[in-house]
Design a protein around this ligand. Sequence first.
Ligand SMILES: Cc1cc2nc3c(=O)[nH]c(=O)nc-3n(C[C@H](O)[C@H](O)[C@H](O)COP(=O)(O)O)c2cc1C
Length: 185
Amino acid sequence: MDARTLLLERNSHGKLEGPAPEASQLDTLYRAALRAPDHKGLTPWRFVEIVGEGRARLGELCARAERARKPDVSEGKLDSIRQKALRAPLIIAVIAKVVDNAKVPRVEQVVSAGCAAHAMLYAAQLEGLGAMWRTGDFAHHPIVREGFGLSPVDELVGFLYIGHKTGRDKRLPVLDPADFIERWD
Ligand SMILES: Cc1cc2nc3c(=O)[nH]c(=O)nc-3n(C[C@H](O)[C@H](O)[C@H](O)COP(=O)(O)O)c2cc1C
């Protein structure tokens, strides 16, 4: 795939199936992530690979978060939350591991982790994989943050659901750059 097509036609895929990506494909994803813009070279990134039974662990963490939020939640609802972690053979939690730096404020480090996640989406598409970035209802919940060992300044920027596409590509939205551009001249 040429770079122009990749850049202009990236498309998220939520309907995914196994097998999980091969090691060489994952290596491409991580190497793309590590090329994220990074002020002062702080490498403020952490990736947690969630596969196999680890997905059930994530589902349980989200179910615990929901129960903390709504103590009278039904078992059916908790089960559907647990199931959501099984929607892909691989989930990568992308975390901004924020360090104290006089020149690089927290927001820049969080944005850098977001760029890393975005690069991984492109790399997944390049590798012929399907991927979707989700935060859902729980990425910012204290129980989930604790489960991932986040410090108070860290951020879980998203869960990348990755696997093999099922179904067709969705139609891309048609947006006009002119609607988003202002000029200072
Ligand atoms: C930080 C972030 C969090 C997101 N969380 C969700 C989510 O929880 N659920 C969801 O359906 N889409 C979520 N999205 C949007 C999808 O990843 C995707 O961008 C959207 O479905 C549009 O598809 P496209 O990427 O092909 O344009 C999120 C996107 C970002 C950047």
